[in-house]
Design a binder for this molecule. Structure first.
Ligand SMILES: [Zn+2]
Ligand SMILES: [Zn+2]
Length: 376
């Protein structure tokens, strides 16, 4: 590239142009000369590259100051400015390319990696954290309060969250110029393409700590054990979670904390099974009651209930106890059903008296007819 044109001339702006004027000028040129709009046009490609390079320098306050002082030599290897060569670092192409590609190709067109990425050092909400608790079947049905213990990152009181040793300075990251991301050049069919990535040196913070705070090892946070009483709503089911806002991981660049998800597992019950808001169980029905009818005791989640059996009830009969299931939406007046399958039970031990009674009963079914004898 012999005889580089003056960057201000390239963009057609004055030396005193504001950032906005520079951005506007570049936007016009980029749209005009974008290689996708002129396939195979070398001249347009060159103009696009030239404008992009000029914008890269003039849109960055530090680079612009160096350019004003030293001219193009500021960005040559080992140049007077010592900037270490022109490498597009610290440029915010996210906005401008997003706009341009949006204009050129419509919303679906701006899919080239990186262009749509917004400034990575804008505030971002922290990730969610998780903690598991185990509760009983009954507690899940009726709700309860449970204390949870979890680690929570809080601002380090020694460094007030800066991560720097008190008295030492936090410096602007030199790799990304404090932008928190770097733009890598890639050669593509339309010339130089920039892919925006989180700065590896400062991991997106834009700051580098030379002397780390010894209390938090430079992270700006210290982990504290926290205890909280959590309200478990009635009707919660195995595998569901309760969201505690702001109790998760800290955000970046001043963003809010993520949430804490309290994941509930419910212990199996020896008697009751649950399916949604309904409860299922079996109950033994003595064979005499099955024949004669009468009251039997059935365990429910609310305690034992007396239930009247009709005479001649068969085994596997299912009865429905309405409003004895799990509350819907925590409302104890809107509960599911408890289904009980009755299993007729036959005694395995009988007294002599009971045997005599049963024999008489048995014979009464035979209407006095003598029966064929098997065996002895
Ligand atoms: Zn600290
Ligand atoms: Zn950086």
């Amino acid at each position: 590239m012999a005889d580089k044109r003056d960057y201000y001339d390239v963009l057609g702006v004055s030396k005193t142009a504001t950032d906005d004027e520079i951005k506007k000028a570049y936007r016009v040129l980029a749209r005009k000369y974008h290689p996708d709009a002129h396939p195979g046009d070398k001249d347009a490609e060159e103009k696009f590259k030239e404008a992009t390079e000029a914008y890269g320098i003039l849109s960055d306050a530090d680079k612009r100051a160096q350019y004003d002082r030293f001219g193009h030599s500021a960005f040559e290897q080992g140049g007077a400015g010592g900037a270490g060569g022109f490498n597009f670092t610290g440029m915010d192409f996210g906005d401008i390319f997003g706009d341009i590609f949006g204009d050129l190709f419509g919303a679906g067109g701006a899919t080239r990696g990186g262009y749509s990425s917004r400034s990575s050092n804008s505030p971002q909400k922290g990730p969610n954290a998780r903690v598991g608790i185990r509760i009983s079947f009954e507690d899940a049905v009726f709700g309860c309060k449970k204390e949870i213990e979890f680690n929570h990152k809080e601002q380090c009181p020694t460094c007030n969250g800066t991560g720097a040793k008190p008295g030492s300075k936090v410096e602007t990251c030199s790799k990304c110029g404090g932008q928190g991301k770097v733009v890598f050049n890639q050669r593509t069919l339309f010339g130089m393409a920039q892919s925006v990535q989180t700065c590896p040196d400062c991991r997106g913070t834009g700051k580098v700590i030379k002397d780390k705070c010894t209390a938090c090892y430079g992270s700006g946070y210290i982990s504290k054990k926290k205890h909280l009483e959590v309200n478990i709503p009635a009707g919660i089911d195995d595998g569901q979670a309760i969201r505690l806002r702001g109790m998760g991981e800290p955000g970046s660049n001043g963003g809010e904390y993520g949430d804490l998800l309290v994941e509930v597992s419910v212990t199996r019950h020896p008697t009751f099974q649950r399916d949604g808001f309904d409860i299922y169980s079996t109950a033994a029905l003595p064979f005499t009651k099955a024949a004669l009818g009468g009251f039997i005791t059935i365990p429910t989640i609310d305690g034992d209930v007396e239930y009247e059996i009709k005479p001649g009830t068969q085994t596997d009969t299912r009865i429905a106890l309405k409003n004895k299931g799990v509350p819907r939406g925590g409302d104890m007046n809107r509960r599911g059903t408890h289904y009980v399958t009755l299993i007729v039970s036959v005694p395995t031990t009988l007294t002599a008296e009971q045997k005599r009674l049963l024999k008489d009963l048995d014979e009464s079914f035979d209407n006095g007819k003598p029966r064929k004898k098997w065996g002895k």
